[in-house]
Ligand binder design. Structure first.
Ligand code: DP6
Length: 325
């Protein structure tokens, strides 16, 4: 049987300046620009096979068939690939992560980046990097940032055509480490897609969005100059601005667990004592603790000693999403 197939790998990313809220929920045109680092070592590997005998798209995650909203989201990206390529066949999608899903390590980012790159290659499309980033964005906003490599900025744009992510520095630019303190690997109660729809309900969202270009400038500058102190300040500020919006939406979203706060307070104390560390938290309870390379072993062992920390994953800057077979 004739079939068109490709396999791609992508890394999740950690946002230093967060994406929270959309101007267009369907196309995921964000309310503000965002900036992140891809996480090397953490990988989603996805194979897409377009086949003439399939009557619908199929999704198999870690060997188990998945239907419902997750499949619908995957089909949306596949349908764009069909529209852009002229291919009419449905696809079989098989995907695996080498890290826990659903707990603040953005698995949807690596999942949809790998899907976009694999599906485009399987359909024989030769897309520009910006168009691959746009394609991934339709599946998950943060996935647009897992397509380019290293340190990545998502330019919010005004619509589908100009809302995509670009690399601002390659992974080799700065050996920054992310020590992820896992305090829970339970699946979160309110996912990001639902959370984005609640952002406008917080009176603080407008203020957060209005100040985002300034924070982006400070963060981009800190990365380009490898200025850890400046990065630490703006990353923590941006994290708290997003969680302030989450915590004042209606209904209110509180993603933190007691151990989340334990880690935040410890990191602040360590920084005051002279250890270069900073924290940030996505839509979940786990804490991403950033530090320059060289400090990660000390940071990881201190984190492991804190009550409520179950494990620590360590990742440096990762490369772009790419076809591997
Ligand atoms: C808190 O990209 O997961 O991690 O577009 O609905 O898939 P969807 O949302 P998602 O939102 C990410 C939210 C965040 C911040 C960030 O990564 O910028």
């Amino acid at each position: 049987m004739c079939a068109w197939t490709a396999t791609a790998e992508a890394h999740p990313n950690i946002a230093f300046i967060k994406y929270w809220g959309n101007r267009d929920h369907e196309a995921r045109i964000p309310s503000n620009g965002s900036l992140s680092m891809n996480l090397a070592g953490l990988v989603t590997r996805t194979t897409v096979t377009f086949r003439p005998d399939l009557t619908a798209d199929r999704l198999v995650l870690h060997g188990r068939e998945v239907e419902g909203p997750a499949l619908a989201r995957v089909s949306k990206v596949l349908s764009l690939v069909r529209a852009w390529s002229g291919l009419t066949w449905h696809a079989d999608v098989r995907s695996e992560n080498n890290f826990p899903t659903g707990a603040g390590i953005a698995s949807s980012a690596s999942a949809f980046a790998a899907l976009a790159v694999a599906a485009a290659a399987a359909a024989g499309l030769d897309l520009a990097p910006q168009d691959l980033s746009r394609l991934a964005r339709w599946g998950s906003g943060s996935a647009s940032r897992s397509v380019p490599g290293g340190f990545v900025e998502w330019l919010p744009g005004t619509g589908d055509e100009d809302s995509y992510a670009i690399s601002i520095a390659p992974p080799e630019h700065w050996a920054l480490m992310d020590c992820v303190a896992l305090v829970s690997t339970d699946h979160k109660a309110v996912g990001s897609s639902q959370g984005h729809r609640l952002a406008e309900k917080s009176p603080f969202q407008a203020v957060r969005v209005a100040d985002a270009p300034r924070r982006l400038d400070v963060c981009r500058d800190a990365i380009l100059k490898r200025d850890f102190e400046a990065l630490a300040e703006v990353v923590e500020l941006d994290c708290h601005m997003m969680h302030a919006v989450m915590q004042t939406s209606s209904p209110r979203l509180l993603y933190w667990e007691p151990a989340t706060v334990t880690v935040m307070q410890a990191v602040r104390r360590w920084r005051q004592e002279g250890l270069p560390v900073a924290y940030t938290i996505d839509a979940g309870p786990n804490v991403h603790v950033l530090c320059p390379q060289g400090a990660q072993e000390e940071v990881a062992s201190r984190l492991r000693a804190l009550p409520g920390v179950q494990d620590v994953l360590t990742a440096g800057p990762g490369g772009p999403a790419r076809v591997v077979a």
